[in-house]
Unconditional design. Sequence first.
Length: 146
Amino acid sequence: METNEFNVQQAVPFFWVADMAVSLAFYIKGLGFELKSKWEPRGRIEWCWLQLGKASIMLQEHAKEGKQATVFAENKKGTGVSINFTCKDSIALYHEFKGKGIDVSEPMVGNGLWEILVTDPDGFRLFFESETDAPEETKYSDWVNK
């Protein structure tokens, strides 16, 4: 292998989800992800690869019974996990998500980025961010009403 060639090409977040149908509706219909690959061992999707632009995530429904069962405490789902998506225009996504009835935070500037937050059905926090020269801690509602 050449020294200027990277072996590792991509990191893809993998989320264990409680209900695949609910998660697919949220990510595909709500956020606009595309289903790129799926695994259907029992006639329904139990694992999938989703893509939005150049960003990808994987979802797998956790088993609820048997040796493979995974138990998640209800108040612990998604704890400590967030994914940040770098975007060209997170404010456009804010309007798109809001128009689809997704609960999305008001855009706010932090670290030189407009940032919006949505939380998926399993408690995972998804941040969508785009660069800006607006002052730190600017709220979108204050910025548009100038």
